[in-house]
Design a protein around this ligand. Structure first.
Ligand SMILES: Cc1ncc(COP(=O)(O)O)c(C=O)c1O
Length: 497
């Protein structure tokens, strides 16, 4: 169990003390506890939130050099999650992921990552100058989404790249599907390198046995979690955890200081402090509620003609080892409408806003902020939509086989820093891409910056378009043109010089 008293909220308490002292502010921000803030904003948000929008001073501590209440709040977060050290990120999990990557690899180092990573991973790779080695995730062709990578894929990639400096995986995916992370951690550690985990969708995992195993419990060395996405903190606030001897925590602090603002929001940090207290002390009960409600909705959705919301049965598929039932991925393929359409209809006609949608699915994120009443409203809207909009004779094409991963000629960082020109797709064969090409479904890049465009890729793009599927990623929204690199030879020399 916990070593520290998890009912404590030291940072939030210090802010309350500041407010109770009725301190006269001669510090930034200039709105001075809201007195200088325009009424239009102040009347809506209220004075309380403005009164704790403060800056770095002794009572409230410093994020970059914590010695007081922020240090204590981070120690409580580490204790709650079972890490050695926790860092507050006020640049979301995107910032925490960049920090993880910058902490474990440098220019030219190999890092093994799934092909379908979030753009913050690419940003970390560009900033670090590292060389990505890609793994293909498994794909569920019925619902057209990427699942996890298998331990066999990780093992195979490491065998071919024993000089890799780190492995990154996603646990779980946006759709709530987790890989066999424990086995993966053992494989990665047999090479004595760190496993770092994008756990944006997993800040709740360690607080309820009905959820997949968390990265830290599975033995990962570092993970980044969007506390704001799934549990109670405010948007932009995330946690970065470090565990074990493979990571230098001082380096992580340095990197966090490098990439984060020197004016971190105390509102965001206080919300992290309280969200940690909430999940540590009441998490099991709250998550039971969230899971029960989502399961209730899942059952209801699966009784609506034309809709399918997958559950534990996904675990029979390769690349799916754990499942987070709070995620409701509603596949409307059999209704003959796209996930984008379902998302739009729900938003415009029923004022129900989903998290995201793709060609086949619309995704609802469940949490302990839900209620049975809201789930019933959703079920009734979906039933209505099924009656009104079903076009069962119109079926979307199956997911197409993705072409082979092309040759990587330069790192994403070198490609990012090279001059690129817009070229007709058909003329780009053999050239080095300066952009991504992503196939939807299943949302996996077929081309990344620094890779050579192939005949197969261009044929695939045409096939996708003809089948009514999507390719995205280029600046040109119609994907008729792609940016390719100019004078790559001389630029490559410049970069390596
Ligand atoms: C898989 C994944 N990783 C990382 C992120 C970035 O998280 P944040 O929005 O907290 O920066 C996201 C955001 O949607 C995500 O889906």
């Amino acid at each position: 169990m916990y070593k520290l008293d998890q009912t404590q909220t030291p940072l939030f308490d210090a802010l309350m003390e500041y407010v109770d002292r009725d301190t006269i502010p001669f510090h930034v921000p200039g709105h001075k506890k809201g007195d200088g803030c325009d009424d239009k904003f102040k009347n809506f948000v209220g004075k309380n939130v403005l009164s704790i929008d403060v800056t770095v001073f002794k009572l409230v501590d410093s994020l970059h050099h914590p010695t007081g209440v922020i240090k204590q709040a981070q120690e409580l977060a580490a204790d709650a999650y079972g890490s050695d050290k926790a860092f507050f990120s006020i640049n979301g999990t995107s910032g925490a992921i960049q920090a993880m990557i910058l902490s474990v690899v440098s220019r030219g180092d190999k890092i093994i990552i799934p092909r379908n990573v979030h753009k913050s991973v690419t940003a970390g790779i560009i900033l670090s100058g590292a060389c990505p080695v890609y793994m293909q995730p498994e794909i569920d062709r019925t619902i057209g989404v990427a699942l996890g990578v298998t331990p066999e894929t990780v093992e195979d990639t490491l065998r071919k790249n024993p000089d890799a400096k780190a492995v990154l995986i996603i646990n779980p995916t946006y759709y709530g599907v987790a890989a066999d992370i424990k086995k993966i951690a053992d494989i990665v550690h047999s090479y004595d390198i760190p496993l770092i985990v994008d756990e944006a969708h997993g800040p709740h995992l360690s607080f309820n046995d009905r959820l997949p195993i968390s990265a830290l419990d599975a033995g990962a060395d570092m993970c980044a979690q969007s506390t704001h996405k799934i549990i109670g903190s405010l948007t932009q606030s995330s946690l970065l955890h470090v565990k074990g001897p493979r990571i230098d925590v001082n380096r992580v602090q340095q990197v966090m200081n490098l990439i984060q603002t020197t004016s971190p929001s105390y509102i965001l940090m206080a919300s992290l402090d309280v969200a940690r207290m909430q999940i540590a002390t009441k998490g099991k009960r709250l998550l039971d509620k969230a899971i029960d409600l989502a399961q209730y909705a899942r059952k209801g959705i699966n009784n609506i003609p034309g809709l399918y919301c997958f559950g534990e049965e996904v675990l029979s598929k390769k690349g799916a080892y754990g499942f987070d039932p709070t995620k409701l991925t509603i596949c409307c393929r059999d209704m003959g409408i796209t996930g984008f359409e379902l998302d739009r209809i729900l938003s415009e006609e029923y004022h129900i806003q989903f998290e995201m949608s793709d060609l086949y699915n619309a995704l609802a994120v469940g949490s302990f902020g839900d209620s049975k009443e809201k789930m019933d409203i959703l079920l009734s809207a979906l039933t209505d939509i099924s009656h009104k909009y079903s076009k069962p004779n119109i079926k979307k094409s199956d997911v197409l086989e993705i072409p082979a991963t092309p040759e990587q000629v330069m790192t994403p960082s070198e490609a990012f820093n090279s001059q690129a020109v817009s070229t007709a797709l058909k003329d780009s064969i053999g050239k080095i891409s300066g952009e991504f090409l992503l196939a939807y479904p299943p949302g996996i890049p077929v081309l990344c910056p620094g890779e050579k465009v192939t005949h197969d890729i261009i044929d695939y793009v045409e096939e996708m378009k003809n089948a009514g599927l999507y390719v995205q990623g280029t600046e040109d929204p119609d994907v008729e043109y792609i940016k390719v690199l100019e004078n790559t030879e001389s630029q490559k020399l410049d970069v390596t010089a």
